[in-house]
Write a protein that binds this ligand. Sequence first.
Ligand SMILES: [Ca+2]
Ligand SMILES: [Ca+2]
Length: 95
Amino acid sequence: MCLSGGGATARETAETRDKNHDGKPDYWRYKNDRGVIYKKEWDRNFDGKPDLRILLDGDRMLEKQADDNFDGKFERLEKTPKKGQRLKVKTTAQQ
Ligand SMILES: [Ca+2]
Ligand SMILES: [Ca+2]
């Protein structure tokens, strides 16, 4: 067994895009240490904070989180149903 010390400590690497060219990123793509994308985030109102997030397992979408009122909290959660299950949408938004 051989353990090498040091090395990269950052496990999460994000690629960003600036789609509206205002100098702030509005799209994030996260890859794990195998180079597989497991999370994507979008800033839909261009305030610099992500408000739509998708969690992935390979090509499969596991979960969608949305901040529809742009207050910084993701109040809508959609889990991709397993086979034979119906889509469940959870929301913690106040009525
Ligand atoms: Ca935003
Ligand atoms: Ca919100």
